[in-house]
Design a protein around this ligand. Structure first.
Ligand SMILES: [Zn+2]
Length: 164
């Protein structure tokens, strides 16, 4: 007979969500993202819906070449906006040294950096174009906030968030 495992109790958050925050699933960045959302966006856990997606907004950046990803993510965001009328902020965060973006660059080839000089420019451009897409969903009073997380200069062990 196995000894019965002591059952742990976990608590749910009480508040209604005020925001949706979209950021990359890169494990190196999770703590920084969480702390940034609390310290600088002033959202406590339970006050925002985290959408942790590989590549941040990358899935929403190629509607014609990646239509399935685009539709899936857009529909999820639309669903949250309809389900929670308390949500008036959507925060989109991309980050430097994103492996998802690097993989997209390899798979899409030269088209990927067609209108931009380098990856950072592409990512910042995507934040703006995705913001337009989400504003097009027509949710009343919606604010979109854009951030680009840059690595620190010394050995890339730190990150800072630049408002776009
Ligand atoms: Zn990433």
């Amino acid at each position: 007979m196995d000894t019965p495992v002591q059952e742990q109790i976990y608590h749910l958050a009480e508040s209604k969500p005020l925001a949706i925050v979209v950021y990359c699933s890169d494990s190196r960045f999770q703590r920084a993202f969480r702390e940034f959302v609390g310290n600088e966006l002033h959202l406590k856990e339970g006050e925002y819906i985290p959408m942790v997606l590989s590549g941040g907004v990358a899935s929403l950046s190629e509607p014609s070449r990646l239509p399935e990803e685009f539709k899936y993510v857009k529909d999820r965001i639309r669903f949250f906006l309809e389900r929670f009328d308390s949500v008036h902020r959507v925060i989109l965060i991309n980050h430097e040294d994103c492996r998802h973006y690097e993989a997209l660059k390899s798979s899409l080839g030269s088209i990927f950096l067609q209108h931009v000089k380098h990856m950072t420019e592409r990512q910042i451009r995507d934040l703006s174009s995705v913001a337009k897409t989400l504003l097009g969903l027509g949710a009343p009073g919606l604010h979109i906030e854009l951030y680009y997380a840059r690595l620190g200069k010394n050995g890339a062990t730190t990150v800072r968030f630049e408002k776009i």
